[in-house]
Design a protein around this ligand. Structure first.
Ligand code: MD6
Ligand code: FE
Length: 216
């Protein structure tokens, strides 16, 4: 953490502190974007994007797939991590090395040393898609941080508090931005506002978000 803050407690240029333990690294993944998008295409070819159903019976507007030892899934039975893709019955594709390298580098920047994710949820938003306010709490151990990468169209991220009713900060996330959060912020509520239409040179009419976690 030390080197990201000067003596006044201000975050370093290009970084934005959202709360204790939560940091936006603006543009941190821009140089790796082409490699990351190629990795997403490979994952999607093996485990296609699909719109999962919530326990309440709603089809999500965000299309999802996974890579890693475990993948996050939802259906009428609930939210959980599963080692097998329910669509194919086969293991999820492995976590691509460029994702692992980025997760490590970003976590170190935010003061988390030795972060090794075993799950990466890949979200695909088309214009009109949104993700309502939620907590990520299906992971076994909340001491591990989460590293999140945004690619393509910009979105407005909502960063709230530990209570669902806490005030929510609106944070613009653009192509190449990385968010790292853990520690006291690990269980904050967050979401993504409805994606506006647009065209991005790297992705076309969509936004991808990768969230890397230690799930098991
Ligand atoms: C998104 N992100 O940015 C959704 N969850 O599309 C998340 O839900 C998220 O960015 C946990 C940690 C970081 C995240
Ligand atoms: Fe989340």
């Amino acid at each position: 953490m030390q080197d990201l803050f000067d003596l006044s407690g201000e975050a370093q240029a290009g970084t934005e502190s959202l709360a204790e333990g939560a940091l936006v690294l603006h543009g941190f993944a821009v140089k790796q974007a082409t490699a990351l998008l190629a990795a997403i295409a490979e994952v999607g070819a093996v485990a296609p994007f699909r719109r999962m159903v919530t326990p309440g019976g709603y089809e999500m507007s965000v299309a999802m797939t996974n890579c890693g030892t475990a993948g996050w899934v939802t259906d009428r039975k609930g939210y959980r991590y599963a080692r097998l893709d329910p669509e194919s019955g086969k293991p999820w594709p492995a976590l691509p090395p460029p994702l692992l390298a980025l997760a490590d580098a970003a976590a170190v920047m935010a003061g988390y040393v030795g972060f090794v994710p075993d799950a990466c949820l890949v979200n695909r938003y088309e214009p009109g898609a949104r993700l309502s306010l939620h907590q990520d709490r299906d992971e076994a151990d909340y001491r591990h941080p989460i590293v999140s990468v945004s690619l393509g169209l910009p979105a407005t991220f909502q960063f709230g508090g530990l209570k669902r009713s806490d005030p929510v900060k609106k944070v613009p996330l653009r192509h190449g931005d990385v968010v790292v959060w853990g520690g006291p912020s690990r269980l904050v509520h967050h979401g993504v506002l409805t994606l506006k239409d647009g065209e991005h040179p790297a992705t076309g009419r969509c936004r991808f978000n990768l969230t890397m976690r230690k799930a098991l």
